[in-house]
Structure formats: C-alpha cells, structure tokens
Design a protein around this ligand. Structure first.
Ligand SMILES: [Mg+2]
Length: 319
C-alpha cells in the first residue's frame, strides 16, 4: 500500500494551513528524534515551539525514554529556551509509580531497567529487586538441573514480588528474563508492566539500538501473559494521559512523534490528530510503505522547523 494521501504540512494550501493550525488547542509531542537527537537539538525546534505557544497552544511532552531524570529533561528543554514544567512531561518511570500507587502495591518490584528508572521506584518507597548479579556457574555441574533451579529459585526466600517491570536496560541478560519469568509464573497476581515497547531506538545516523520490545515479546510468549504497557502506545498510558491532561475533545489534540508504532499508534489509540516528523527514526520511504493503518499519521513534516514556515505564511495571508 502506498500512503500518498498523507500530506506534508507544507504541501497544504494557505487556507488548509490556517485550518490545520486552528484545528488543535493542545500539542503533545514525543522528545527523542523530534525535539532533539541524542547528539544535539534539532534546528528550529525552539522557534517553532515558541510560535505554537504564542498562538495559544498548550504544549506537553510524552517520552518513552526513562533513561533520563526529570531534572535532565527540564535542563534539556531550558537549553533550547523552552520552559517545561514537571507536570508537562510524561516520564515512563513516573507513570509506573503512579500506576503502582493507584493499585496500592505494597510488595517488592522486580525491575529490568536503568538505575534512573529504578531510583524513581525507590524514591516512591518501593523495594526494588534486580539481578542476579552473580554469574551463572560455568563449571560442568552447571549442566545439572538442580544448579539451574537453585540459581533461579533464590528469590523464593526473599520478599514477595508484586510486580515485574521491564523497560530499557542495556545490561539485560537471559538470567534477568528468567528471573522475571519465574516471578510471573509462580504468582498469577504478580503484575507485568512494560515501559518503552520500542523495537529500535535510533541513536544517530550511524546506529540503531535494539529496544526492549523484543524482550517484552520474549516474556509475553514464554509466560503466556500480556504486559500492561505504560509507555507509548499502551492502552493504560492512553487512559492516564487523557485523565492527566483532562482531554475531552481528542480531535483538538495534535500528537507529534517520529515512530510509527509508538507515536502514531498511540495517537490513534487516543483519537488524536497525528503528525509524523521525519527528523528521527522514520524515513519517508518507510512511511510510504507502511501498511498498518492504525500506525499512520494524518500529516507529516521534515521537522518542527516546518511550523516556522507555516506560521510565517499564515500570518502573511491574514495581512
Ligand atoms: Mg522518538
């Protein structure tokens, strides 16, 4: 299927440009690949966001990246001249904390994620388990069943685990996945929570990193359970976002992102208008060839800088 009907925002006529700008009151945006790259800011973002704010648009940000602290997010925004309050940034670790509080979780949490992510759980009062840190025995005895079972059974003596949480973890190992699988299988009430579900994390033009999506799939397939997804494009996150920003008219929200399944899929799930930026993890060729209708945008643009031209033009047309 070719998606040639999706319009570039600068292909819109003058009337369509103004109608497009008037069609939303809130702009919810992804961060990585849209506001900045891992290597630096995306040119024109500062000016574009200022124009949107000056036009009365409410701006907020929804990132799947739990590797950064909220303070680091704010600093990054500030360095771009953008003031973003903590309540304007949706962070997967904080969404997880809010969810665990909402279900009154009292038990320990087994966590496969970065230390930043785990610290948010610890700060919220949760006992966080991770590991195992010790290596699996490599001598001949290791082939014996009892070595396997005692290695993975160690937790039985430990505190009760009420939730398994999986997000981005570069140090993730088979032993971590086995631990998570044991907790999920032995306690049917143990919650299974996923943050970022991305399969690919685009770093820069030289490298894509394997995201947690594949490992979440492994846990889902080996346990026969579905993760509750608190990152994009999760249904549970959609509910949380609608509530957090008190969205009553989803069509008056424009969702901006660079990934088709995570960002455009999330926008569809929420009933938002969707704009794909080609400044990050998706090329125009990939967009045109993508055949999952729920993961397609309504519009696309090269980057946030296109809003500068959009505003220049629509201001001129009013004169
Ligand atoms: Mg992104």
């Amino acid at each position: 299927m070719e998606n040639n009907n999706i319009k570039h925002i600068l292909q819109l006529s003058k009337e369509e440009r103004r109608a497009f700008l008037d069609s939303f009151d809130t702009l919810l945006s992804d961060c990585d690949g849209v506001v900045w790259h891992f290597t630096g800011p995306i040119p024109g973002v500062d000016k574009a966001l200022q124009l949107l704010r000056a036009d009365g648009k409410k701006l907020a940000f929804i990132s799947n990246n739990g590797m950064r602290t909220m303070a680091e997010y704010r600093k990054k925004f500030q360095s771009l001249g953008i003031e973003a309050q903590p309540e304007d940034i949706v962070h997967p670790a904080l969404t997880t904390v809010r969810y665990l509080k909402s279900v009154n979780m009292q038990d320990a949490v087994y966590c496969i994620a970065t230390e930043v992510f785990k610290d948010y759980l610890r700060e919220a009062g949760y006992l966080v388990l991770d590991g195992p840190k010790e290596r699996f025995p490599v001598n001949r005895e290791a082939n014996q069943v009892r070595v396997y079972s005692s290695y993975f059974d160690q937790h039985d003596a430990g505190p009760k685990v009420g939730a398994v949480v999986i997000d981005i973890d570069v140090n993730l190992s088979l032993a971590n996945l086995m631990k998570a699988k044991c907790y999920l299988e032995r306690n049917p009430d143990c919650l299974f929570i996923a943050g970022a579900t991305d399969y690919i994390i685009p770093l820069d033009s030289s490298m894509d990193v394997i995201g947690p999506g594949y490992f979440i799939d492994i846990l889902e397939r080996t346990t026969g359970r579905d993760a509750l997804v608190l990152g994009k494009p999760g249904k549970a996150l959609a509910q949380a976002v609608r509530k957090k920003f008190q969205i009553t008219e989803p069509k008056r929200v424009l969702f901006v992102g660079d990934m088709l399944p995570q960002d455009m899929g999330f926008g569809t799930r929420c009933g938002f208008q969707k704009l794909l930026m080609l400044s990050g993890g998706t090329s125009k060729d990939v967009l045109l060839a993508h055949d999952e209708p729920d993961e397609l945008p309504d519009y696309y643009a090269d980057s946030f800088a296109d809003f500068i031209e959009l505003y220049n033009d629509s201001v001129r047309s009013e004169e």
